[in-house]
Ligand binder design. Sequence first.
Ligand code: AMP
Ligand code: MG
Length: 329
Amino acid sequence: MDTLILSGNKAIELGAQIIKSGGIVAFPTETVYGLGACAYDSDAIAAVFAAKGRPMDNPLIVHLASGKDILSVSCGYDERYRPLIDKFMPGPLTLVVKKRADIPDCVTAGLDTVGVRIPSHAVAREFIESCAVPIAAPSANLSTKISPTSARHVYEDMNGRVPLIIDGGDCDVGIESTVLDITGDIPVILRPGAVTAEQIADVLGSVKTHEGKIVAAAPAPGMKYKHYAPVCDCVVASSISSAVEEYCRRVDEGGNPVILCKSEHIGICGDIHTIGLGSDDNEICRNIYAAMHAAEKSYDCIICEDLGDSGLLGSVMNRVNKSAGGKII
Ligand code: AMP
Ligand code: MG
């Protein structure tokens, strides 16, 4: 077999014709060059494995022209992953999803899942669109050889094994796609690639890496630093009466505590050290840090009354809880 290297519309037209008649074609993508066949045609898939000398237990990735085509090969995916598709597809991300029954087992190495990817490379997209079927493809190198990032690389391995190499220039990304399994409870990176664990975590909140580590989203600014905390001990009391109990316990132990509370609760506390934070929410919010500054200078423990978990006071308590390191009595 002679191997043609062509570019432009002629290459795409001929490529689509070959695919439609059950053949295989090498084509460019932004990651590496692929060796494609119709994903529904098990004979054509067998030819891909034969041309590469690839073991049958190594699944292929199914390449699609657009996001809506995911349903043409899979049973769908959890909607919580849609932001990932919006952000990284088209691009160097392969999603492993539940396969549809009409995708032959040889594409997926017998797995009930299928890897799907939408290349961003314009030539790849035009080629897949012209074929009008999903294109299953591994990298267009001989098995165990280095992946090809130019038509020339493909030719070196595949001359005489494939009728056509569509030349789309050098690959921009240059390594294979990130493979992300989204079929389980936790998304897992099966193969690291150009889309990083951190980028995925930023979209999903967290992701498990191929090494089994959990990567969490970069925290909102400020969260990764230890939050302001008073130099003295600090606890949150779930009610004003428990604040007074804690106060008495600490005094009995020789401590010098203070209660921070709503101003109207000062009277309930009796003749003990208190700092009133104010009466309305805005006032309490305005006063909280000043009260903590004052308290840490004169006392060895701040006991802050729980002010609630919603609205402005919820935000105030977010800061107080951080200062208390989550200690609630
Ligand atoms: P290649 O890009 O040539 O290495 O071939 C595709 C690669 O995608 C495979 O080697 C697997 O790492 C991965 N892959 C494709 N489909 C699946 C799947 N259903 N489950 C897990 N990994 C897959
Ligand atoms: Mg490969």
